[in-house]
Design a protein. Structure first.
Length: 687
């Protein structure tokens, strides 16, 4: 259960755009993790699970599902190159040649609204399975048109498959179809472009409990023996809530499936894969783990993760030779990468020759350049990094003047620098006056750097350091500073939340155990400090009304006091009456929506002995230790009215602290209120 909470916590994503949030969640690495992200996101957005039931019927009504008996009859006497009946309406033969001494047919299919749902992969592969021929299909859809395409799209004689601009259904069709294990790997090229994979909740629930070991073997890795090119560009998921789902139970089961798949000893080895593109989609921060943990690419040459909202270069890509031994080119262009840092020298750390690699990091968000960055790139002989077309900041600075000097004085025709001649032509983005200008065209005067920067920089550095120290002190002791300014100088600092003042009989009701009475009376009665002498306190031994029940007296005293002070000690925890007073004071905090409770810790109490609701309150409300150096100041500050002179009308709910009370604290208050024990009022005796 801890692992589930950990996963859910790690995968919270806070993005303003719903569309972007959806893309981020559905890009999580494997099937169960993908769906877990989608449902978590939808739940957090408050969508209802029955909103698409009516749409679901229309969405799937055109998809052809043929029974095994009907399909067996259909494929009787299949001629090489032929397609299922009526497919000529939307598919046409584009050419024929040979493949491994067999006929090889190339079909092009166009799916519009009249043929939506009729192109069915399962029907197709069954129909052509007995044909002594190979096939390639190029399927293009009119916007919104649908085809049936199960996960991994396994078939015994389809060599190439391209799907463009389609909505695919029947994602789970092969999850229990062990017949695909008997199908040899055949597909060499798979291209899915602008594809939306539509998943129904009802189908998902049926397959939710499937484990990796129970899935068909060919479903896990697909055509790992034969695939040479895989392109998945701008692919996404659509969730159809055609049935209700318990998201909590779903999270537990799906997380278990994720852990199960990541612990699996089976690795997918794509023996011939040379080009892999997974682009134009928002990536989860774990996308590289999905690529490398359970998969091997002994022949991969090109990896494309462009247009994927990536904001850093993962360590697996920096140490590419471990995971992609033959990789030559990685495209990370059009992302959000802001910084690049590669090892200076890779020689001798792998134990065998390290291949050379080109990084395409163009069109990212790299704005800072320096001589050190350039030298690190040049020094690494095993990589070539292209950082062109980034929004470089050419504002005057010591680093920028050094860069311009480096650009002017370096011999770019030398063997060391020849590879990186393009650095001279990097173009500035800001400031506006040099926008579009190349580095080799700039002078110090162009960026207003003709004056001596060092003295000014040194002075500003010292001043900045002092300001940072002061800010750290202020931030660390900001509450103490606010308290002392108010109690010692009667000054209310800016940014104090506005309060509503309500005239009540007492400033505070003191809730304490009789065993602690001596300390309480000494502080609040006998030797009351001068700074709190003007405050009026309510105590049970002098202010409870005879003839009324203890509970009625507690309620009256709490309601007639602006605050309730809890004198927390072991004796307090052992007293039922004290705990009732605490519960009533807490209820008053919820009613007034302000920090009504003030807790004074009389002695150290082991955390395990403090009730959960009181423990949460100690984190939420004002909490003062008896031996605090500014104890009286903290107490006076907590009891005093500090806002603008506004008086709450009778019956008016005090919202003075609403802005100052974080939502998390309000949630804690509500949670404590739901958990608190029921008080048996009828059993309380009359004083």
């Amino acid at each position: 259960m801890h692992l589930v909470r950990l996963y859910l916590e790690q995968n919270r994503v806070h993005i303003l755009s719903r569309e972007k949030q959806i893309m981020d969640f559905i890009s999580l690495f494997v099937f169960p993790m993908t769906l877990l992200g989608v449902f978590q996101m939808v739940s957090s957005m408050g969508l209802q699970p029955n909103i698409s039931t009516e749409l679901s019927t229309v969405m799937y009504e055109n998809v052809t599902h043929m029974s095994t008996e009907k399909l067996n009859k259909t494929i009787t006497g299949v001629l090489p190159g032929s397609l299922p009946p009526a497919w000529e309406e939307f598919c046409s033969l584009q050419g024929k040649d040979s493949y491994h001494q067999q006929p090889y047919y190339h079909y092009s299919c166009y799916i519009d609204q009249t043929s939506t749902g009729k192109w069915n992969f399962s029907q197709l592969r069954t129909y052509i399975s007995t044909s002594n021929a190979s096939y390639s299909f190029n399927v293009q859809c009119q916007t919104g048109a649908k085809i049936s395409l199960p996960y991994q799209n396994k078939a015994s004689n389809i060599i190439k498959l391209t799907v463009y601009n389609c909505v695919t259904v029947d994602y789970f069709l092969d999850f229990k179809n062990h017949e695909i294990d008997s199908m040899p790997d055949a597909m060499e090229e798979l291209r899915l472009i602008n594809v939306q994979k539509q998943i129904r909740v009802s189908d998902f629930k049926v397959n939710l409990n499937l484990k990796t070991d129970t899935l068909p073997g060919n479903l896990i890795c697909g055509d790992e023996e034969t695939l040479k090119i895989v392109i998945k560009r701008n692919c996404s998921f659509i969730i159809d809530f055609d049935a209700p789902i318990d998201l909590n139970l779903f999270g537990i089961i799906a997380t278990g499936n994720i852990l199960d798949s990541r612990r699996s000893s089976h690795k997918c080895v794509f023996k011939q894969l040379q080009t892999l593109e997974i682009s134009v989609e928002t990536k989860s921060r774990y996308y590289v783990n999905d690529l490398t943990e359970q998969r091997l690419y002994p022949e991969l040459k090109i990896l494309n993760v462009s247009y994927s909202d990536i904001y850093y270069i993962p360590e697996q890509f920096k140490n590419w030779w471990i995971y992609f031994e033959t990789l030559e080119y990685i495209d990370m262009s059009h992302n959000r990468i802001q910084d690049i840092l590669f090892p200076v020298n890779l020689e001798g750390i792998w134990g065998k020759p390290i291949p050379s690699l080109t990084y395409d990091i163009t069109h990212n968000e790299i704005s800072k350049v320096s001589v050190r960055m350039f030298e690190r790139l040049v020094s690494n002989k095993k990589i070539f990094v292209n950082i062109s077309d980034n929004p470089f900041n050419c504002t005057c600075s010591n680093e920028m003047t050094e860069v311009l000097k480096f650009i002017r004085e370096t011999d770019w025709s030398s063997e060391r620098y020849q590879r990186y001649q393009y650095l001279r032509d990097l173009r500035c983005h800001i400031p506006q006056r040099v926008n579009g200008r190349r580095l080799r065209e700039l002078t110090n005067n162009d960026i207003n750097c003709e004056f001596e920067l060092m003295p000014i920089t040194l002075a500003l550095s010292v001043l900045s350091f002092l300001l940072i120290i002061i800010m750290i002190v202020i931030l660390k002791y900001r509450r103490e500073i606010r308290i002392l300014f108010f109690t010692r100088f009667n000054v209310v600092l800016p940014c104090q939340p506005e309060e509503l003042y309500e005239e009540k009989e007492f400033d505070a009701f003191i809730s304490y155990s009789n065993e602690d009475q001596k300390w309480v009376l000494d502080l609040f009665e006998d030797n009351k400090p001068e700074r709190i002498a003007h405050l009026k306190f309510c105590m049970h031994q002098k202010d409870f009304v005879p003839g009324k029940t203890i509970f009625e007296n507690i309620v009256k005293c709490v309601e007639n006091s602006n605050h309730t002070i809890i004198i927390l000690s072991q004796n307090f925890l052992n007293s039922n009456f004290c705990m009732w007073e605490f519960q009533e004071a807490f209820q008053q905090s919820i009613v007034e929506r302000k920090r009504h409770l003030i807790i004074i810790l009389l002695e150290d109490i082991p955390e395990r002995e403090v009730p959960n609701d009181l423990k949460r309150c100690m984190k939420t409300f004002t909490y003062i230790k008896k031996d605090d150096n500014i104890f009286i100041d903290r107490l006076l500050f907590s009891l005093s009215y500090k806002g603008k002179a506004k008086v709450a009308k009778v019956g008016h709910v005090n919202t003075g602290y609403v802005e100052d009370l974080p939502q998390e604290e309000m949630n804690d208050m509500v949670r404590i209120n739901n958990d608190k024990n029921k008080i048996q009022r009828n059993n309380i005796q009359v004083i």
